[in-house]
Design a protein around this ligand. Structure first.
Ligand SMILES: [Ca+2]
Length: 279
């Protein structure tokens, strides 16, 4: 089954010198297989809790979960209410995984406040697998006065976000040892606020890399990390100042480069994922 929901992972802006092309990237993660998560829309269940999901919290009185009737799809979603900077709490589901695979874990997420964590914690032989702890963070506003200084910039997917935008985690099980399962965590990470999750997905996927180049531009190419050309605008008309395109079906775990060449031969680059500097 191909899930025809495209989700925006990240918008990157690369600002360059005057007269050089400017490149905006929009990368979408596309689910391409069966969803390994049970009850992904939190619709099934009786009485108090949705089927297939459990929970954990380090502050059970400060972080509470609600089987919410506020939903993106259907009638229900999974809500987490966090009242303390000392608290974290998650909805949990164990999902079997296979070795040597690239997986997409994503959930549409409404963040009224606080910080969201989407996590795949590896397990093997019934134990947590040390060293396999994959995480993606998101939050509503970067400038929140409660933001601790130790938050790293790459944890934050956007200064502001659209309601029910996805939080995406891409992880590989090409590790030694490989996990036999992951414990999916969807929840609130050490910041007060309320968040909701709906339409979770874990399974195979691809990336669609879109670009928008502005400024004087003669040609745009999309390349992989080895320099192989994956997309090419060809020579643009003289005087062109705008070029858009996209490449579909890219492997989840790859690195990609959009290269824009100006009319004078000057070259601007934008990478996905963005280089991680300063660490
Ligand atoms: Ca739902």
């Amino acid at each position: 089954m191909r899930v025809a929901v495209w989700v925006v992972v990240l918008v990157l802006w690369v600002s360059l010198a005057v007269a050089a092309p400017e490149i905006e990237l929009q990368v979408h993660a596309v689910p391409t297989g069966d969803n390994l998560i049970a009850n992904p829309g939190f619709e099934q269940g009786e009485s108090e809790w949705p089927d297939g999901w459990s929970c954990t919290s380090n502050q059970p009185t400060g972080v509470t979960r609600v089987w919410s009737d506020h939903a993106l799809s259907g009638k229900r979603s999974a809500e987490v209410v966090n009242t303390t900077t000392a608290g974290s709490g998650y909805w949990l589901q164990r999902v079997a995984v296979e070795p040597n695979r690239e997986y997409l874990l994503t959930a549409r997420t409404l963040i009224e406040g606080g910080k969201v964590l989407v996590r795949a914690l590896g397990e093997r032989d019934g134990q947590t697998l040390r060293g396999f702890d994959r995480r993606a963070y998101d939050m509503h506003v970067l400038s929140d006065p409660l933001v601790p200084v130790f938050w790293r910039a790459e944890w934050v997917m956007g200064m502001t976000r659209e309601p029910w935008a996805p939080v995406n985690l891409i992880f590989s099980t090409a590790t030694d040892p490989a996990p036999q399962s992951v414990m999916v965590h969807l929840g609130s990470y050490f910041a007060p606020g309320t968040c909701w999750f709906d339409d979770a997905y874990l399974g195979p996927g691809t990336l669609t890399l879109g670009y928008h180049v502005t400024g004087p531009v003669a040609r745009v190419q999309v390349l992989d990390a080895h320099g192989k050309v994956l997309g090419d605008s060809g020579a643009l008309a003289a005087g062109a100042t705008d070029c858009q395109g996209e490449v579909e079906g890219l492997p989840l775990g790859g690195r990609y480069r959009v290269q824009a060449t100006g009319p004078g031969g000057e070259v601007a680059d934008a990478w996905y994922p963005a280089p991680q500097g300063g660490e």
